[in-house]
Design a binder for this molecule. Structure first.
Ligand SMILES: [Zn+2]
Length: 444
C-alpha cells in the first residue's frame, strides 16, 4: 500500500489513551498503519490536504443486518412492534438468494463508509435459496471494508411455536457445521485483519437452549466471538420469563453467553443486576438508538452501563428497522436519547463519538482499531468542516452537534475508499440501480 500523508488537519480527535485533540496536525499512513503523527511531517507519498477538516478514527458499527437494505420502509412493517414487524418481513426475506445478499451488503457498506464507518459487523441469520455468509464476505472484499460477519441462525419455526416460517429455519446440526466451515474458510485472527467471523444465533426466541450452548462451545473452541439480540423490549423480557423462567441476563450467563468474547445487541431492558453482570464479565453491548426509537422499544441505560464499565459500541441495526444506515447520525441519536432520559449533561458529543469509534472497537475485540495513535490501523475519517452544517460553529470538533453527516475522505487499512464524498472502490450508482431493480421484483 502506498504511503499517504494527511496534512494540516484543523482538528484531530485521536481517541487515544489520553483522548488528545490536536490542531494543525499531520498523519502519515504506511502499510495499513498509522506510522507518524505530528506537525510538518514529510513524505514521498500522496498528500491529502485536510485544512478546514476534522479528522477522527473510522467509526465502528457493531450491529447490522446488511441484507435488510433491500427492505427499507416496507409499508406493512412501518408502524409495527418488533414481533409483528418480523412477521411482515419474513415472507419477503424468504425470497432472497445469493445475488440479493451480495448487492444489499454492498449498498449497506457503501452507506456506512460515506458516514465515516471503516469497520462493520453483520448479523446474517437467514440463508434462503442457496445464500451463504460467503456472499457478504465477497461483497466486503470487493468494496474494501474491514468486516466482522457473523454466522447467524434460526432453528425454531412456526410449526414448533417459533416466529419465523419453517422455510427460513435450519437444522441445528447444519447450522453448527456451516458456522465451523465459514470460520475455517474466512476468519483471520491476526493484527490488521480485514475479516473476523463470529457465531450468532439470531436470538433466544428463535433457537433452542441447546444451540445457544453449543454455539458458545464452538466459538470458544475456534477462538471467535459470539453475538445475538438480547433484552430488546418488554415483549422480549416477558417471553424470557415465561419460556425460560428467568430474565435474559440469567439465561445468557447460564449458557456461557457472557465474557469479553461476547456482545449483545440492544440490551434496552437490562436491569441493575444484569448491568453489573455485564460489567464484571466485560460482556459487550451494541447500542442501536434509532432502531430502538423506530420500533418503540425504549431507551437503553447506556449512561448506567458506561458508568459501571460495560463495553458499549454503536450499531445502526438492520435497515428494515432504522431505516437509515448512517453511523454518525446514529452517534448523534445516542447522545440525544441519553439526554431525553437523563438530562442535557448525560452524554457529550465527544463521548458519543468515543462510543462510536474506540467503544465499538473494544466491543469487537479490536485493540488495533478505533483510535488515532502510532501503530494502530490506518482507518481514518476526514470530515469537511467548511460546509453549511458547521458554518458558525464555535467548536467544529463537536462534530455531532454541528457537523457534516457524510465524510469527505475515508481510509481503511491505509487505502482511500471515499474521495471527495464518492466511494472509489465500486461503481456505486450501478449497484444502487441493481438494488432498486431487485426491490421492485421482491415487492411483486
Ligand atoms: Zn438486529
Amino acid at each position: 500500500m502506498p504511503e499517504i500523508l494527511i496534512r494540516n488537519a484543523s482538528h484531530v480527535l485521536t481517541m487515544d489513551d489520553a483522548r488528545r485533540e490536536l490542531g494543525g496536525a499531520d498523519l502519515r499512513l504506511k502499510d495499513g498503519q498509522i506510522v507518524e503523527i505530528g506537525a510538518g511531517l514529510r513524505s514521498d507519498g500522496e498528500v491529502v490536504e485536510a485544512a478546514g477538516c476534522v479528522v477522527t478514527p473510522g467509526l465502528v458499527n457493531t450491529h447490522h443486518h446488511l441484507y435488510q437494505t433491500l427492505t427499507r420502509a416496507v409499508p406493512g412493517g412501518q408502524d409495527a412492534l418488533l414481533f409483528g414487524w418480523l412477521q411482515t418481513l419474513y415472507p419477503i426475506w424468504s425470497r432472497f438468494g445469493p445475488e440479493e445478499m451480495f448487492t444489499s451488503a454492498q449498498v449497506g457498506m457503501a452507506e456506512l463508509m460515506l458516514s465515516g464507518c471503516t469497520l462493520t459487523s453483520d448479523h446474517l441469520y437467514l440463508y434462503p435459496n442457496g445464500a451463504t455468509l460467503d456472499d457478504t464476505i465477497h461483497a466486503a472484499h470487493e468494496i474494501g471494508m474491514r468486516f466482522h460477519p457473523t454466522r447467524g441462525a434460526m432453528s425454531i419455526g412456526e410449526s414448533d411455536g417459533g416466529l419465523p416460517p419453517d422455510s427460513l429455519v435450519e437444522r441445528e446440526e447444519d447450522i453448527l457445521k456451516d458456522a465451523a466451515r465459514v470460520v475455517d474458510a474466512f476468519h483471520d485472527a491476526g493484527e490488521g485483519s480485514m475479516c473476523r467471523v463470529g457465531i450468532a444465533p439470531c436470538s433466544p426466541f428463535s433457537v433452542s437452549r441447546e444451540l445457544m450452548r453449543d454455539a458458545a462451545f464452538l466459538a470458544r473452541e475456534q477462538g471467535v466471538m459470539l453475538h445475538t439480540h438480547l433484552a430488546e423490549n418488554d415483549e422480549d423480557i416477558a417471553y424470557s420469563l415465561e419460556k425460560f423462567g428467568c430474565r435474559p441476563g440469567q439465561y445468557a450467563e447460564d449458557l456461557g453467553w457472557t465474557g469479553d468474547d461476547v456482545w449483545h445487541a440492544h440490551c434496552v431492558k437490562l436491569d441493575g443486576q444484569e448491568i453489573d453482570l455485564f460489567a464484571r464479565t466485560k460482556t459487550g453491548v451494541a447500542h442501536c438508538p434509532c432502531s430502538n426509537c423506530r420500533l418503540g422499544s425504549g431507551i437503553a441505560p447506556v449512561r448506567a452501563m458506561r458508568d459501571a464499565g460495560v463495553p458499549v459500541g454503536l450499531g445502526v441495526d438492520g435497515s428494515a428497522s432504522n431505516d437509515a444506515g448512517n453511523l454518525v447520525l446514529e452517534a448523534r441519536q445516542a447522545m440525544l436519547l441519553q439526554r431525553v432520559a437523563r438530562g442535557a449533561d448525560a452524554m457529550s458529543a465527544r463521548e458519543a463519538l468515543e462510543i462510536a469509534t474506540r467503544g465499538g472497537a473494544e466491543v469487537l475485540g479490536r485493540s488495533d482499531c478505533g483510535q488515532i495513535a502510532v501503530g494502530k490501523r490506518a482507518d481514518i475519517a476526514i470530515w469537511d468542516a467548511r460546509g453549511i452544517e458547521s458554518a458558525g460553529s464555535w467548536d467544529p470538533a463537536a462534530l455531532l452537534l454541528a457537523g457534516p453527516v457524510q465524510v469527505r475522505h475515508l481510509f481503511i487499512e491505509g487505502r482511500q475508499t471515499v474521495r471527495d464524498g464518492r466511494v472509489t472502490t465500486i461503481d456505486l450508482p450501478r449497484v444502487i440501480e441493481r438494488q432498486n431493480a431487485m426491490a421492485k421484483v421482491l415487492a411483486g
